[in-house]
Ligand binder design. Structure first.
Ligand SMILES: O=C(CO)[C@@H](O)[C@H](O)CO
Length: 190
């Protein structure tokens, strides 16, 4: 991803957080990724790591309509994905989706209540709603509103070692082409 594109999306995220009353902490820990696919609007995410503790983590995320966070799972992290502002679609699978339809059903907590879902089902979240994802459940998400603020509250987060993507082409962090000075330092910047 070009540094100029990263600077631009940070500006757009900041504006939308601000317009919706989500005040960022001083010196936010920004993380912008195109998941290594070089097509940020199709696959990408802006994240702010609000809390990063040994036991728990909290993130605030920003994405635009149809911008996909590709199918992945975590071996250790349990997380709530929360639609804060806008509309969010989240797809869940019991197994790696590249291995095809499993036909399995499993229980997942939606707004704190266990619901039976079929592997591959999509769940539509409005502002205030959440899904609880336990380790081993595969998930992908994208906004169905023009813009979306997404929350994440989880156990310990280890983005380097605990993201397993279905598509082998996907990577967690972007290669950055330095075409202008960075306006912020990303978590992945040296
Ligand atoms: O876990 C999630 C979303 O489910 C994010 O915190 C990761 O950083 C995405 O790779």
């Amino acid at each position: 991803m070009k540094r100029s594109a990263i600077n631009k999306v940070i500006g757009a995220a900041k504006l939308f957080f601000n317009q919706n009353g989500w005040t960022l902490p001083p010196s936010p820990r920004w993380d912008v990724t195109d998941f290594g696919l070089d097509s940020f609007l199709a696959s990408g995410l802006v994240l702010v790591n609000l809390a990063e503790e040994v036991e728990y983590c909290e993130k605030l995320m920003y994405a635009v309509k149809n911008q996909l966070t590709p199918a992945h799972t975590h071996k250790k992290k349990k997380e709530d994905i929360i639609c804060r502002i806008g509309k969010l679609v989240i797809q869940l699978w019991s197994k790696d989706p590249k291995k095809g339809e499993s036909g399995d059903s499993f229980n997942v907590k939606i707004n704190g209540v266990f619901c039976l879902v079929k592997s591959g089902d999509t769940i539509h979240l409005s502002a205030g709603e959440r899904v609880t994802i336990v380790p081993g459940i595969w998930h992908a998400f994208y906004p169905s509103s023009e813009e979306c603020i997404i929350g994440e509250v989880s156990t310990a987060n280890d983005d380097l070692n605990d993201n397993f993507f279905s598509d082998a082409e996907v990577g967690r962090f972007s290669e950055i082409l330095e075409d202008e000075p960075a306006i912020v330092k990303l978590v992945s910047d040296k």
